[in-house]
Design a protein. Structure first.
Length: 144
């Protein structure tokens, strides 16, 4: 089990969503979420499951990168725009280049916190964008 899968199994909500890690590196995390097990009262994919699929990967990537001893991520605000009902497996892929990681670490350590805004697309298995999420995260220095 890789690091992302291990972290996903430690969070009850994520553990129960049937998520699969398709790709993981220090700069990329791609996750798949099946429609089955995440359906709403109309038979489509539940909006809360789509929200969760979009929101958590940045935190997992941060914890994989920095651990939990010095710098931690906290979500501050999320806006979500559903473009179409979803009825199929959905995917989210987040890419963070080394230069951005370096900036996150440098600025967080220099100021005690750092604000990051990410636009995240949730896509179906045809590549069609289903949902767009704009998430504001705060990186915080852990005070000991």
């Amino acid at each position: 089990m890789d690091k992302a899968e291990h972290m996903m199994q430690s969070i009850d909500t994520l553990k129960n969503m049937g998520l699969r890690v398709l790709e993981q590196s220090p700069n990329v995390l791609k996750i798949a979420m099946p429609a089955d097990g995440n359906r709403n009262h109309l038979g489509g994919v539940y909006a809360g499951a789509i929200f969760t699929l979009a929101e958590f990967p940045f935190g997992i990537m941060c914890i994989s990168r920095f651990g939990m001893q010095e710098i931690v991520p906290v979500v501050g605000e999320v806006t979500i725009r559903f473009l179409a009902p979803a009825s199929r497996e959905l995917f989210v892929e987040l890419t963070i280049p080394d230069q951005e990681w370096d900036e996150i670490e440098r600025e967080t350590k220099a100021h005690g916190k750092f604000k990051i805004v990410k636009e995240i697309e949730v896509k179906d298995d045809t590549g069609k964008v289903n949902t767009i999420v704009k998430a504001t995260y705060f990186m915080l220095v852990v005070r000991k």
